[in-house]
Design a protein around this ligand. Structure first.
Ligand code: ADP
Ligand code: F6P
Length: 324
């Protein structure tokens, strides 16, 4: 099966995401079943440059599918953005006999993967980020767990918010992308959903909405605010001053990135991991695995990075209509 590939290296890079372990497990076991050796690289590209590399076998990934985080660790590494760092990384791979590499991460990690391919190491990317903000794919590993974790937390805040007839601003992750905020906003029945892609920074609209809803008999007012907009605490103070309604801010933060992955995250990660190992063993390089229109596919990294993904106008309109 393996077209010249003898040893695959695997690393996780950028922000961790629940389900990364299922992807690692699947890459390791599929590669081994294809007759290829696997080496685990700790702490992303930084660990590669530090030569934190060790052999993995089928047992190295036992009892990991249900665990959050990444057993390989992850890091951000500025040195890898330089030509010298990338050359060093490729040389270290060759020194350790690694002729194929799987990188699990987001767009930034894909640029590193692209560099490795350029330097002669066959490299495949797998989409791992809770933000869902990788354009070439409808699904990214970790999103489903993150939105379910956030949704459950928001339900709890909603209970106390209703009891006290308060307004609540709940900040969810997503620096540049509002997918977590949109999904939770709809799933939690929020009255206002603030997305980095859409928010017009007109707080008066929110204030008017709160007052209108109170007159209509709503006992709480839930605002889901994306991290990219931020400032939830000061926003709460301003809204309370303007409306006279007690307003509290809750920032969910890193709890959204942890925890045992959902079935969906484990399943998609498992299929994507095996897919990556297979195309790598078949001789592909400079490609990323994706899930698009109901199918597992792969794209050239250049092409994948040039794609655009935006919040659907229709879904956004529905989210606003449902809050009446
Ligand atoms: P993500 O992969 O989740 O988008 P980052 O953008 O933080 O996360 O990228 C993760 C790592 O990928 C960076 O710390 C760096 O080591 C590597 N990386 C990012 N951009 C580049 C680039 N242009 N060239 C090479 N490596 C990069
Ligand atoms: O990419 C996932 C993510 O959790 C974003 O939503 C968030 O903006 C970012 O990572 C935070 O990263 P860091 O670990 O550097 O604080």
């Amino acid at each position: 099966m393996a077209k010249g590939i003898k040893t695959i290296g695997i690393l996780t890079s950028g922000g961790d995401a629940p389900g990364m372990n299922a992807a690692i497990r699947s890459v390791v076991r599929k590669a081994i079943s294809n007759g290829v050796k696997v080496k685990g690289i700790k702490k992303g590209y930084q660990g590669l440059l530090n030569e934190e590399i060790s052999d993995m076998d089928a047992r190295s990934v036992s009892d990991t599918i249900q665990r959050g985080g990444t057993i390989l660790g992850t890091a951000r590494c500025n040195e890898f953005k330089t030509e010298a760092g990338q050359q060093k990384g490729a040389d270290i791979c060759r020194k350790h006999g690694i002729d194929g590499l799987v990188v699990i991460g987001g767009d930034g990690s894909y640029r590193g993967a692209q560099a490795m391919s350029r330097h002669g190491i066959n490299t495949i990317g797998i989409p791992g980020t809770i933000d869902l903000d990788i354009s070439c794919t409808d699904y990214t590993i970790g999103f489903d767990t993150a939105v379910n974790t956030a949704m459950q937390a928001i339900d709890k805040v909603r209970d106390t918010s209703s009891s006290h007839e308060r307004c609540s601003i709940i900040e969810v992750m997503g620096r540049n992308a509002g997918f977590i905020a949109l999904w939770c906003g709809v799933a939690n029945g929020a009255e206002d959903i603030l997305l980095p892609e859409k928010y017009d920074y007109n707080e008066q609209n929110i204030i008017n909405n709160i007052i209108r809803n109170r007159k209509k008999g709503k006992t709480h007012h839930l605002i889901i605010n994306a991290e990219g907009i931020g400032h939830s605490t000061s926003m709460a103070k301003r809204i309370e001053a303007a409306t006279g309604i007690e307003t509290r801010a809750t920032i969910l933060g890193y709890m959204q990135r942890g925890g045992s992955p959902t079935c969906k995250d484990r399943y998609y990660a498992s299929i994507m991991g095996a897919y990556a190992a297979d195309i790598l063993c078949a001789g592909s390089s400079n490609r990323v695995v994706a899930y698009r229109h109901g199918e597992f596919v792969d794209y050239d990294i250049e092409e994948a990075l040039a794609m655009q993904k935006s919040i659907s106008e229709y879904e956004y309109e529905i989210s606003r209509m449902l809050a009446i």
